[in-house]
Design a protein around this ligand. Sequence first.
Ligand code: PLP
Length: 273
Amino acid sequence: MRIWVNGGLRDADDARLSVLDHGLTVGDGIFETVRTSEGRPFALTRHLDRLTRSARGLGLPDPDLDEVRRAATAVVDANPVPLGRLRITYTGGLSPLGSDRGTAGPSLVVALDGVSRRPDTTAVITVPWTRNERGALTGLKTTSYAENVVALARARERGASEALFPNTAGRLCEGTGSNVFVVLDGRIHTPPVASGCLAGITRALAVEWTGAEESDLPMEVLAEADEIFLTSTLRDIQAVHRVDGRELAPEPGPVTAKAMRIFDERAGNDLDP
Ligand code: PLP
């Protein structure tokens, strides 16, 4: 694998950052995961907008988006795969231990690996830990993902691929790496960004393209919904066939299946919607 590190492409074995990088020592960093198909990134402009928003939220200098685009192109060209996960990481950079952010400037790392298409349906669990809808980092895509790692491990132990969080008010919020949608009486609903969820790019496109409503939802909605689906960059739209102990239909329900068709068609016709 060839990786972009601070200004140039390197072989994975020679791609180095300081062990005192603030991203590593305190999680002072942000990232984006972009899907590529046959070497073409999907929705890159939206991802770069969010990268800039996350940088501002964390007080990092604005990333140089021309450089990020150049790096993304170089990495995509150097690592040909049919379906790829392009990971852009931007951190506080080298900082002496115990210091605030250092003066060396941010680090930019862009890497890509091949992935396989996700199954059309999956199982999820709920976890008792909460998303904070009023935190300093709420809505920012930071590299401080350890809580998601713990929740995802819990999901895997239970044969699921995703864990859903409530927020501190006990309302439905999001998954470790996905947004959640429910179908009630034929209408699609998803928690609003004010619930504390990430403003997912797939979520925004699904809302725009399917007319889903943003609704404040109790956790109990998961026990009642006719259909449930997840959205994320690598899942696109993925139906839920089991939530905790509750079995839903083994195949995507009619509303979800229609949303999947609309998404595939629109995303196939416009690479940078
Ligand atoms: N929520 C969280 C916490 C995430 O990490 C992600 C994906 O990275 C999402 C939601 C889905 O966002 P997107 O559709 O932009 O991938």
